[in-house]
Design a protein around this ligand. Structure first.
Ligand code: SDX
Length: 444
């Protein structure tokens, strides 16, 4: 295992002698410019308020960099995604999820010894405390598995109090391995709970993905042996979801972690942010959209017409992205895998045909092209999850399992940054001017 104390190169931003000039009320200010590894340009406004008395305003942070990070690079115009410099296409073809998790968390691809150590650490921590299993009794069978996952993530931290010391790095590797490993056990247990089946214990002889599938689909009287095709398909999906720089949930993990909250609490917050339909909940919403179209028999062109009509308040779920304005490379890889996996499993899923037709209609329609709306990671992922047998309300949970190494890597980057500071944005106040307390009898 790599040295837990190695500082990631987060202060690598190259501050050239380049500056940006800002003029306010006739007075000019020089602001430093930071150039990233891939020549991205950031205007450093960290001294703006003290220099000018002004702040910037950027609704939803669309133009604001919250940090300098060495974990993942995305070029939204060119459809580039790289984890620690490695293209997603190469990792999809040559790697596996545990190796990619190691790469994201520790910054380098593991050698044979390091990977073996990491795998044995994950195996060592695959059980959850027997008392934690009792927590499931407190959830109704209808509880959404993302609610269970976020609650159990925090509860898990209570069983490792010595790991809740974020100020130092000593416990990081242990906490990271526990979260990476136990998230499977909790996710599978929430599924078993929802169908009234007994929870399955992990098997020490199974690697990461087959062990999860075993806990999901084995029964005490009927072991489940996943086919190599299913294991490969789930490995691919988890790699596709492993990180994505400063997305909503990762920014949440960084924000919570910046207050020195422990890793469990920060990841639990990330799970909650991911759950939203505009984010990781979109994969569930896509399949529900496709099922709705299939069951209603609605003409696809008329459905797309409704999407374009703002009054309908209907979005083409799985389409559009804040960063990708050309194509999401993950969507291309997953779409390609859909045909292959369904053929290998001998499955024909009419939802795949509907999805492909919707994509074809949308990508020939000016509404989508003008707004640069293309399929994102969530548009096709549900097709593969369905083929594997994952229930639709667990799709966001699968996204969370995949995103765990990214969240863990970013949490650590915050904690090991050269000058860790709490995230605390400013605001422009537009509320009532000062006024005085009104006694009850004088109120309207
Ligand atoms: C993920 O950030 C990440 O990296 C996230 C993620 C990751 O790996 O972490 O990639 C994972 O969350 C992918 C996104 C999953 N969400 C969805 O598929 C939900 C549907 N998509 C959208 O709601 C939307 O596209 C977002 C949320 C993804 C992006 O929102 P933005 O950047 O704020 O864009 P916007 O809402 O301002 O839309 C711009 C225009 C608007 O039209 P106009 O007002 O200009 O006329 O595009 C329209 C929007 O109405 N639009 C859509 C649309 N998405 C945007 N119209 C129809 N269908 C859509 N899906």
């Amino acid at each position: 295992m790599r040295d837990g104390h190695r500082r990631p190169p987060t202060d690598k931003g190259i501050s050239m002698n380049k500056t940006a000039t800002l003029t306010i009320d006739g007075k000019s200010y020089e602001l430093p410019v930071v150039i990233g590894t891939e020549n991205e340009v950031g205007i450093d406004i960290s001294q703006l308020r003290s220099m000018t008395g002004c702040i910037t305003l950027d609704d939803s942070y669309a133009n604001t960099g919250s940090c300098q990070s060495a974990v993942t690079f995305i070029d939204g115009e060119k459809g580039i995604l790289r984890y620690r410099g490695y293209p997603i296409e190469e990792l999809a073809e040559k790697s596996n999820f545990v190796e990619v998790a190691y790469l994201l968390i520790f910054g380098e691809l593991p050698n044979t010894k390091q990977l073996a150590e990491f795998r044995s650490l994950l195996m060592e921590h695959e059980f959850i405390h027997e008392d934690l299993r009792n927590h499931f009794e407190g959830f109704p069978p209808s509880a959404h598995p993302m609610a269970i996952l976020s609650a159990m993530m925090n509860a898990m931290g209570c069983y490792q109090p010595d790991l809740l010391q974020p100020a130092e790095d000593t416990h990081f590797v242990d906490a990271a391995a526990r979260i990476m490993s136990k998230v499977r056990t909790i996710a599978a247990a929430s599924y078993k709970k929802s169908i009234g089946y007994p929870m399955m214990y992990p098997r020490p002889d199974l690697p990461y993905v087959p062990n999860f599938l075993h806990m999901m689909f084995s029964k005490p009287n009927a072991p489940y042996e996943p086919s190599p095709e299913v294991v490969a398909a789930l490995n691919l999906l988890l790699i596709m979801h492993a990180d994505h720089e400063q997305n909503c949930s990762t920014s949440t993990v960084r924000m919570v972690g910046s207050s020195l909250a422990n890793l469990y609490a920060s990841v639990a917050a990330g799970i909650c942010a991911l759950w939203g339909r505009l984010h990781g909940g979109a994969n569930q919403a896509v399949v529900q959209m496709l099922l709705g179209i299939q069951q209603s028999g609605e003409d696809l062109k008329s459905y797309v017409a409704k999407v374009k009509d703002k009054k309908s308040n209907i979005r083409l779920m799985g389409f559009g992205h804040r960063v990708y304005k050309n194509f999401d490379p993950r969507s291309r890889i997953i779409k390609g895998a859909c045909d292959k996996v369904l053929a290998q499993l001998g499955i024909r899923d009419p939802l795949l045909d509907i999805a492909k037709q919707l994509e074809e209609i949308a990508l020939s329609d000016p509404y989508f092209l003008e707004r640069k709306l293309y399929p994102n990671v969530d548009f096709y992922s549900g097709i593969i999850l369905r083929a594997i047998g994952i229930p639709v309300d667990m799709f966001p949970v699968m996204f969370a399992i995949g995103r765990m190494p990214g969240w863990i890597a970013h949490w650590r980057e915050v904690h090991l940054s050269p000058n860790p500071r709490i995230y605390r944005p400013r605001q422009i106040y537009i509320g009532s001017p000062m006024r005085h307390y009104t006694p009850m009898e004088q109120r309207q």
